[in-house]
Design a protein around this ligand. Structure first.
Ligand SMILES: NC(=O)c1ccc[n+]([C@@H]2O[C@H](COP(=O)([O-])OP(=O)(O)OC[C@H]3O[C@@H](n4cnc5c(N)ncnc54)[C@H](OP(=O)(O)O)[C@@H]3O)[C@@H](O)[C@H]2O)c1
Length: 246
């Protein structure tokens, strides 16, 4: 088995995902940028390679069984093991009030934000199992916290997005279920909240930089043997690793 550690990050052609790939690549990981568009993916990977990072684009639409299986088959040709999987791809396309939710929009959001991470994790588990200390990170959100949704003092209390918020709450439970199942095999699975970040997802209204946002994912992706599993973390903006309320 090659000693070089590898990481697959979904939705890595831009935003927080690309920055996670950059930070892990700078740490010496061979990074695989999961991207649903070959050209955008190759452009992002080429930029990272120019910065000296061992980066590869991997065509991967998290909503498609065929795409994910093909991506796993392509990965299998070059590597037996995968050390880190960051399920980062996410969308937020339904901003109507909760009572006006369009079911088709909700289904699309779940396909990316909730079913996507399950689809990708299950397809790449064969490689994670061959790594010594595999880590899976789920890119959740404070908007997925039921505790925050019910807390009038929470800064996200008024952000009442039925599709997005519930998809991330589902992702949080998916994290716990997978973490408990894979615990005995030494695979740690954690969810993280990057904070409100300046990306296309929110038309650049976020106040955190992608560099700040990526840090918490990288931290959980590289956590040691004594680190947590089945947790939900943020960096407390100023503090170090902080537990986020479920
Ligand atoms: N920004 C924030 O304030 C914030 C806060 C909390 C959580 N998050 C979470 O952080 C993650 C990254 O978001 P971001 O802010 O970096 O958003 P972004 O800039 O919009 O990036 C989203 C990424 O997901 C990809 N993607 C979307 N659908 C996909 C699919 N079907 N298959 C594969 N990739 C797909 C996009 O690819 P294309 O370029 O092809 O569309 C893009 O690379 C998301 O899970 C988001 O929910 C963000």
């Amino acid at each position: 088995m090659s000693n070089i550690k590898s990481a697959l990050i979904t939705g890595a052609n831009k935003g927080i995902g690309r920055e996670i790939a950059r930070q892990l690549g700078t740490d010496g990981y061979s990074v695989w940028l999961g991207c649903r568009d070959a050209e955008r993916g190759e452009r992002a990977a080429a930029e990272l390679r120019e910065a000296g990072i061992d980066a590869h684009a991997l065509l991967l639409d998290v909503t498609s069984d065929i795409s994910v299986v093909e991506a796993a088959a392509k990965f299998a040709k070059v590597s037996e093991h995968l050390d880190v999987l960051v399920n980062n791809a996410g969308i937020n396309i339904d901003r109507r009030r909760a009572s006006e939710t369009k079911i088709d929009n909700m289904r699309n959001v779940y396909e990316v934000n909730a079913f996507g991470p399950v689809r990708v994790t299950l397809a790449f588990l064969q490689f994670l199992r061959k790594a010594e200390h595999a880590r899976v990170v789920m890119m959740s959100s404070s908007l997925g916290s039921i505790a925050a949704a019910l807390d009038p003092t929470s800064e996200t209390y008024d952000v009442n997005l039925l599709s997005y918020n519930s998809s991330k709450a589902a992702l949080n439970m998916i994290t716990v279920m997978l973490a408990k199942d894979l615990h005995a095999e030494g695979i740690k699975v954690n969810a993280v909240n990057p904070g409100f970040t300046d990306t296309d997802l929110n038309q650049h209204h976020g106040h955190r930089s992608v560099e700040e946002a990526a840090r918490i994912a990288v931290k959980l992706a590289t956590i040691g043997e004594n680190g947590p599993t089945a947790g939900f973390f943020h960096d407390g903006y100023f503090n170090d690793l902080g537990r986020h309320a479920w």
